[in-house]
Design a protein around this ligand. Sequence first.
Ligand code: GRG
Length: 297
Amino acid sequence: MTVAGFPIWQQLIQERIEQALGSYLPAADSPPVRLHQAMRYVTLGGGKRVRPLLCHAAGEIFGAPLAALDQIASAVEMIHVYSLVHDDLPAMDNDVLRRGKPTCHVQFDEATALLVGDALQSLAFHIAAQSIPNVTAERQLDMLALLANAAGSRGMAGGQAIDLAATGQSLEIVELEFMHVQKTGQLIQAATLLGAHVGGAHPDELHNLGRFANRIGLLFQVIDDILDAEASTDALGKTAGKDAAANKATYLTLLGSKPARAFADRLCMEAHEALSSFGDNALRLHQLTDYIVVRKN
Ligand code: GRG
């Protein structure tokens, strides 16, 4: 059997996710219209969909049904999109451009942006709590707890709190790593593990995928730091050079350009190694790892 090349697979999953998200989101003309319009505005038609891709790639190892993966991947993407909307608010990163278009509070208003985030997070859990073929209720409770932890104060929201408190402060590399594992890494890890759960993965398989996802979570961030410093606003679809402007500690400022690239290379290698027990079934995860390194935005 011929296996589709990575760009074709990537596009196929992105299209499935766009479709699934569109069907889960309330219709734009259903009241409250402004809130529903804004939820659709921020969620649809943009973004790389890295987390849904990870979810699908991990699920494919175990032959998980695609529709079930769409469901759980949509929940994770909605949590991610909520975090972007809140991160862009004046009280946080205060940004005007996201995914190549005006941020939610610029296009709508701040109160709407807050509510969009709140509502997307609730909708995400509603979607994740719908029954999933072949997933036991017990496993699904574990999955919900996993997603809640990844999004909460010991995960993404906690990482964001550490990030805000650290702006303008000098950080040690271990502190920077801890912040990123929480802020970015945990949701990336949840996306991967949830996909595997849908496929019925065993504890040892989840353990290996957890190690893999820990490495690519950090890899994603190191590359993000490099892109923020080296890519253009046009290429990124969000304001470039924000880290330096905000005097933020990054892998680039702490390590320097060449060692940051070397660190990324090491993380990439460790990520590939963590997949060794899955053989060819992990093809898409291997390809995604390489994509995270070469991505342009
Ligand atoms: C507000 C609770 C809360 C958390 C915010 C996501 C986040 C946490 C902050 C965004 C700022 C940032 C640069 C985070 C690190 C890397 C990251 C998550 C980038 C955005 O994710 P991508 O590149 O975005 O996957 P797309 O638009 O492609 O989905």
